[in-house]
Design a protein around this ligand. Structure first.
Ligand SMILES: *Cc1c(COP(=O)(O)O)cnc(C)c1O
Length: 388
């Protein structure tokens, strides 16, 4: 493993050896008793990880975008009004998906990149039309801005609107209490904080979301994602009986069940706290070497990733230098500022040594790129937070 580099991007992330071993298990029949047990247990564990004891979990082959598609096509009908709280790239995508299924989409957007519309602005917009759904990206991976899901969930409950949360960069890393916070659909993909190689779309729907689906007056405009096909399959596996609609991604489900078990063994509250600590340490390091971040304030910044601006005189050509020093990072994604910043994912099994190694690699890359700063200042700042 001499050439091992840390994969510190916002997904895929570093995976545990146990998860990787599960990927390599002999592929069972999707109706074999050991697979039925595994799928059933993974579904039960989903509820615990999403903190949604009364929800209906779905595990389907696909990426996070497929989970967004599944959410939109099952609860939205042509002509429905949908409000998108827009924080960047993935909010734009969710809006486009909603429009594809015939929704009339309105966006509330902060005027500054890195900011969030306030709850008052969102509520004012809710008052202007008969909204059926509100969509929000919990952590916008393009900006590292984190939305106030508890606050928005409360607004949706108050106004009787379905709340749909893109938690692809948050679930199992960022604090998200689906049931308590009144979130009707929370979704993610397995390659982010869930910690499994890419390929599974994961979603938990509240009883209200399922009821909305059951009361539709038009057919679901997507065959593969239609809950009419998947709901009986999920219910059946959970009752430890095999069922078939589309062949499940057997090896990914082995791996998912292992990872969900590891997440629950750590405990959700411990996991949220560890992500906060790792994030605080990493952000302190970036501040110490003089890098500003996209989120306008600390309370709007995610714990699963950091999006620092390049300092004066440095650009994306520093990223290969950082990779050479041991940490693979991601470039910018938000169209308007794409060339001006970079992104560092710190979610899943990330620990203190990963943070220090990444900060060290960043310092090394920036030094080689000619940026002037006090060498070691980032490492020292991260250590101070980690030692607290
Ligand atoms: C990664 C990501 C997606 C897209 O997931 P894919 O698996 O790439 O389809 C959607 N939303 C957010 C917030 C993401 O971070």
């Amino acid at each position: 493993m001499k050439n091992r580099k840390l994969l510190m991007i916002p997904g895929p992330i570093e995976f545990t050896p146990e998860v990787m071993r599960a990927m390599g298990m002999p592929t069972a029949s999707h109706v074999a008793p050991n697979f039925v047990d595994c799928m059933g247990q993974a579904l039960e564990r989903m509820r615990e990880v999403f903190l949604c004891p009364g929800g209906q979990p779905f595990i389907v082959a696909g990426s996070g975008t497929m989970a967004m598609d599944m959410a939109a096509c099952n609860v939205i009908e042509p002509g429905d009004n949908v409000l998108v709280v827009n924080t960047g790239y993935f909010s734009d995508r969710f809006g486009a998906i909603m429009e594809r299924y015939g929704a009339r989409v309105t966006y509330v957007k902060a005027t500054t990149i890195g900011d969030m519309p306030s709850l008052d602005e969102v509520e004012a917009e809710i008052g202007k039309a008969d909204y059926k759904g509100l969509v929000v990206t919990h952590v916008d991976t393009s900006t590292a801005v984190r939305a106030d899901i508890k606050g928005l969930g409360g607004l949706c409950r108050k106004h009787g609107i379905l709340s749909i949360v893109d938690g692809v960069c948050s679930v199992a890393g960022e604090e998200l209490r689906q049931e308590e916070w009144g979130v009707d659909i929370a979704l993610t993909a397995c390659q982010k904080a869930i910690g499994v190689p890419p390929g599974l779309a994961l979603l938990v729907a509240s009883p209200k979301a399922i009821e909305t689906f059951k009361n539709r007056s038009t057919p679901v405009g997507n065959y593969y994602s239609d809950w009419a096909n998947w709901l009986p399959v999920m219910e059946s596996y959970e009752a430890r009986k095999a069922a078939y609609f589309g062949t499940p991604a057997v090896n990914l489900v082995w791996a998912l069940n292992v990872s969900l078990g590891q997440i629950l063994a750590e405990g959700m509250d411990n996991r949220f706290a560890r992500h906060r600590l790792m994030s605080d340490a990493f952000k302190a390091a970036m501040n110490a070497i003089g890098l500003k971040q996209i989120p306008v304030s600390a309370d709007k910044a995610a714990n699963t990733l950091t999006a620092p601006y390049f300092p004066e005189g440095v650009n994306g050509s520093v990223l290969p230098l950082i990779a050479k020093a041991g940490a693979i990072l991601a470039g910018g994604l938000h169209a308007e500022i794409k060339e001006k910043y970079f992104r560092v994912g710190h979610m899943g099994v990330v620990n203190a040594s990963d943070i220090l190694a990444t900060v060290g690699a960043i310092e090394s890359g920036f030094a080689k790129a000619g940026y002037k700063f006090e060498h070691g200042a980032g490492l020292a700042a991260a250590q101070i937070v980690l030692l607290k």
